[in-house]
Design a protein around this ligand. Sequence first.
Ligand code: FES
Length: 346
Amino acid sequence: MPYQITIQPGGHIINVKAGETILQAALREGFSLPYGCRNGACGACKGKIIQGKIDFGRFNENTLTEKEKQNSMALFCCARPLSDLIIECSGVGDIKGIRIRKLPCRVQKLEQVAPEVMLISLKLPENERLNFLAGQYIDILMKDGKRRSFSLANAPHDDDLLQLHVRNYPGGVFAQHTFSTMKEKDILRFEGPFGTFFLREDSDKPIIFVASGTGFAPVKSILEHIFYISEKHGNNRHMVLYWGARTKADLYLAELAGGWQKKYENFSFIPVLSEALQADDWYGRTGLVHQAVLKDFDSLSGYQVYACGSPIMVGAARKDFIKLRNLPENEFISDAFIASPTDKKD
Ligand code: FES
């Protein structure tokens, strides 16, 4: 039976088709609620059911606690309506002018920048451009019908080539193809852009970026976007990037981030290694990347945090920053990579 959902604030009404989650229905109707993993792992889509009944669906129990459920909170990527609903979320509204498209593209360049990281540059057909917001991602459409999600690492103004950062990992079909058989001039197909991990330009709060591994990709896109607009319109937001990796080689574009630090007074870069090798000769920060933030900040109540990387890092950062450092929940904007080997985001 089709249900209606009223989204507050704003009173926007959407219709739900049989079997759809709240998020699926909202996206199909062109209304963008915050989301990241789409499988109950990251918590980015959490919101309140003001009225009506739902099936909570399957999700990670650390992402939505029993207490939150009792307080009528739900994960909109998993929850399905069992009646008409009124919901409330710190939504971001329509992503105006951003159309989700399916496009072919050509592999223009492959650059292995670390033992386990490949940068792929994709060229769209002549006269085609992809309209996207810095930090969004695309789905590569694979021949067997599966999808593989990757954040766009280039900023929207620099869109001659689309850049993806692909990490190799055991069982990753697309990743292994990238490292073994993919060649320049190969043709791929993708759909996008997706996601709500993008800069909230209506805020002037200082920003903390927390990235692990190739979670640097969408952060690079957002930062290059900010640097570009700040050259035109000015930008006084103070920004700090904590980039965590196991070894020095895994910080595959550390020189780029270090260069930003030299160039922009309002930007600092703090690399953090969790398993530095002796050969790394590392005198910088060590340990887990989100703990480095906890060490440096007694309070995050006046900050906005953008976190991208493994679900473990993003989940721990969300929990600790909100609970231990008073970060307002709606100021934690995240994009977690999904652990499933067939639907994984880098
Ligand atoms: S938990 Fe819903 S989008 Fe991640």
